[in-house]
Design a protein around this ligand. Sequence first.
Ligand code: HEC
Ligand code: HEC
Length: 251
Amino acid sequence: MSVTLALGCAAPSTDVNPSNAARRSGFEDMGASTQAMQRDDSGNPAMLWVREGEQLWARSSPDARACSSCHGELKSMRGVAGRYPAYDAHSHRPVNLATRVNLCRERHQQQRPWAAESNELLSLEAAIAMQSRGLPITPSRDRRLVPYRERGAALFSQRIGQLNLSCAQCHDERAGLRLAGSVIPQGHATGYPIYRLEWQALGSLSRRLRGCMTGVRAEPLAHGSVEMVELELHLMSRAAGMAYEAPAVRP
Ligand code: HEC
Ligand code: HEC
């Protein structure tokens, strides 16, 4: 990937900072056929995971109550994905939606947590996220999240990796320019979990972020780590008010 070269040619930006210009979902930067795939549920491969998640939601076993036995219909999760990560008082830290689901699995179902990016976890995440589709992203206002969110914002602007680039240098300063053939999006986390054509699978926001970290040759943060959740908190507040579009499709 000729990252340095492409960036070296990039013109200094004027009005592409999402904080002071119109914010734009990555959906807008995609080709027409990829957009059509996301728009039509019958053509969106992510719906396979949603259907699986709907079944898991209602499934009980001799030693575990179903999610639905405590929470009722999936509809009860309306708006939930759009306000995560949230603070978990038991573990005294913020958690993302995947970790929240696993906490229920451990605390309320007495089962071992599912592995990060496992089909079960992604399926439930997708089915829950779908209940926030079309709703505005509304970050939690819990005061306990403030220091975490601030650290996430700092990390977003910090140069990382052998390429010595920050998230902001691409997603605020160079959004809309091309990098190795693809348009650099503003980097809004409006559609997670997403079906990514490159993965040929569903994946979480942290998987996407790990991809960007590897792209600048930085050691990627671990799934569910506090630092990863801090970054996710910042991304969601940066996208506050934008419509949730999960499960999205991305190139
Ligand atoms: C025995 C009851 C019980 C079961 C079974 C259960 N949960 Fe929960 N869940 C809770 C309670 C209680 C909370 C509130 C937080 C807490 O006390 O842990 C919660 C919170 C949540 C939240 C956060 C909601 C919010 O508004 O922030 C999600 C998401 C969730 N559960 C998903 C699931 C999923 C998915 C399953 C099945 C894999 C599940 N839960 C199984 C009782 C349960
Ligand atoms: C060298 C430039 C570059 C850097 C640095 C970079 N990214 Fe990205 N990022 C991209 C490109 C290009 C894409 C789109 C890839 C594609 O669609 O093929 C992307 C995609 C994303 C997306 C997905 C947006 C969507 O529509 O779903 C998010 C979120 C994101 N990046 C966040 C980050 C964060 C957080 C960092 C810092 C840890 C970061 N990126 C660092 C170039 C970069």
